[in-house]
Design a protein around this ligand. Sequence first.
Ligand SMILES: Nc1ncnc2c1ncn2[C@@H]1O[C@H](COP(=O)(O)OP(=O)(O)OP(=O)(O)O)[C@@H](O)[C@H]1O
Ligand SMILES: [Mg+2]
Length: 208
Amino acid sequence: MKELIAQGAESVIYRIERWNQYFVLKWRQSKPYLFKDIDSHLRKTRTSRECKMLSVARTLGVRTPAVYAVDLDDFTILMDYIEGVQFKQLVSTLTENQLKGFCLEFGRSIALLHKGDVVHGDPTTSNLIIDSESRLWLIDFGLSEMNATIEMKGVDLHLIHRALETTHWDLQESMLEATIRGYSDSLGKDAMDILSRMEEIRERGRYH
Ligand SMILES: Nc1ncnc2c1ncn2[C@@H]1O[C@H](COP(=O)(O)OP(=O)(O)OP(=O)(O)O)[C@@H](O)[C@H]1O
Ligand SMILES: [Mg+2]
């Protein structure tokens, strides 16, 4: 049985049952406005990148769904189904302390990636799942990269900042504060350079 659970910007997410267990099948669909070659190249690169980076991130200590199979001709990945709710949808239902707790954890997870010179590439609150035991999972690694520089890490933080101000504008200040606190506490002194790079990137954006 194949059940559609989400239709993202670039992919379709199905939940399937196999061996008495649920899995997610993520299928990157074609974008009709792209040239055929570019389209399949992008779908292939992102599929293989996501598959690899989900594992790299887990090695670094971040909770990500385990991958069971990948098909680069079909542009699909079979991975663990994480039973839970998108953090984005949960935000408005939480107490201030719960919200801070999850943001701290979000910041710590991003710090674990950055410590390993990995950036997520799309660190928004819809790419976080909170499960029934209140654990936070990171998903959607199609834009993730290894060998990340300070600039790339600064961009990752800038994307978090922007996601919070556009999606959760009324709570953005406390969410950002807690996320940055979790990030800095885990990363230690290296966080300074990356945070000032984030500010710099933000300033650059203002004048363009
Ligand atoms: N392993 C998973 N377990 C449970 N739900 C999942 C899983 N993977 C994806 N989802 C759900 O499907 C949604 C879309 O998945 P994902 O972010 O990976 O795709 P996407 O096409 O890159 O999305 P977008 O472009 O909207 O960011 C997620 O926000 C989440 O709600
Ligand atoms: Mg997503």
